[in-house]
Ligand binder design. Structure first.
Ligand SMILES: [Cu+2]
Length: 338
């Protein structure tokens, strides 16, 4: 079979493999992987390796295995978290993201909402997957805002397994300003809401790639997380990143990402926010809102200027996309002090 990338139209969807041991995956595009020959000197470099054994303890005491990208740039042991280590850059910087994929696994990094050249886009079926190798993605964000990066191999599974992290692009003014010549903020919160079907979390990385039915069309979530913490109860109240404290007169920026597959409805617990941006672009006119609905991969940037001290509980309902049933709810808290 011809996997030459100049011959896209003849590319087969499935490549049946008879490899004994190692990878038995189909629908894996490693044939065209070559060093990135477009690289120039970067302003900033991030280094990531893959960890497919991240344990997240839920409120019921059960551990769920997540996958993700660990920051490998420090020289010491790479620490893997769920979600993956944030990538934060300044608008206009030339950025390199070095991804090392160990073993026979295949993964990529797709910088969602950024617009690099095809070989740096991390979408395997139009370029290549990274399998047992290192590749450097090169990109240059031109619009400040809230984004995320994620793996784009066997995507339905790998994204559900947690292979994503925040990607924040600051304007030339730096952190504290939302976009160039835009509104400022004093405190920052991250609300990344996702649902987990723990039955998926024992699958192999290549499950389903040969066309077998492993249930990836049937997501029945039993855990609901906000920025990596079980959000069903009050666990997320202990995280200042999720549940910030602000003073009257300060401005709180909430960066909200719908990281799940089912639609979500986020309610600001009695506060009214000003929605300035969606999906990495300023809205033509900012809007006032007490709640928002969002779908997969949508981002909203909301600034609160609370005037009344108190505790405000921010709830996000995860809503079945067909039945409309609320499957679960995550909880965060904004504490406003005088
Ligand atoms: Cu992956």
């Amino acid at each position: 079979m011809n996997f030459n990338k100049k011959n896209n139209l003849q590319r087969p969807i499935y490549m049946m493999s008879t490899t004994a041991g190692g990878s038995s995956a189909c629908y894996i595009y490693d044939e065209n992987q070559a060093p990135n020959d477009t690289l120039v000197t970067p302003d900033i470099t991030f280094s990531r390796i893959v960890d497919m054994n991240i344990r997240v303890t839920m409120d019921d005491g059960n551990n769920v295995t997540m996958w993700g990208f660990a920051d490998n740039s420090g020289g010491g042991a790479a620490v893997a978290t769920f979600p993956s280590a944030p990538i934060r850059v300044t608008q206009g910087q030339i950025v390199h993201t070095e991804l090392t994929v160990q073993n026979a696994w295949a993964h990529t990094i797709h910088h969602h909402g950024i617009e690099p050249a095809t070989e740096s886009d991390g979408v395997g079926h139009i370029s290549f997957d990274i399998q047992g190798n290192t590749f450097t993605y090169q990109w240059r964000p031109m619009h400040a805002g809230t984004y995320f990066y994620h793996c784009h191999v066997n995507t339905v599974l790998h994204a559900e397994m947690g292979m994503y992290g925040a990607l924040i692009v600051d304007p030339p003014e730096g952190p504290g300003t939302l976009f160039e010549n835009g509104p400022t903020y004093d405190v920052e919160a991250f609300w990344v809401v996702d649902e987990i079907d723990s039955a998926w979390h024992t699958l192999r990385w290549d499950a389903g790639t040969c066309g077998e039915d492993v249930g990836l069309n049937d997501l029945n979530p039993d855990y609901f997380v906000i920025t990596g913490v079980d959000g069903s109860g009050t666990s997320a109240y202990a995280s200042a990143t999720i549940s910030p404290t602000v003073r009257v007169g300060e401005k709180l920026l909430a960066r909200y990402v719908c990281a799940g597959y089912h639609p979500q409805r986020i309610n600001f617990g009695g506060l009214t926010g000003t929605v300035y941006m969606s999906d990495g672009r300023p809205l033509p006119n900012a809007i006032q809102a007490t709640e928002l609905r969002a779908h997969s991969a949508e981002r909203f940037d909301v600034i609160f200027e609370p005037t009344v001290p108190g505790e405000y509980i921010v709830t996000t309902d995860i809503i079945h996309w067909v039945s409309g049933e609320v499957l679960g709810t995550t909880h965060a808290k904004i504490t406003v002090v005088a």
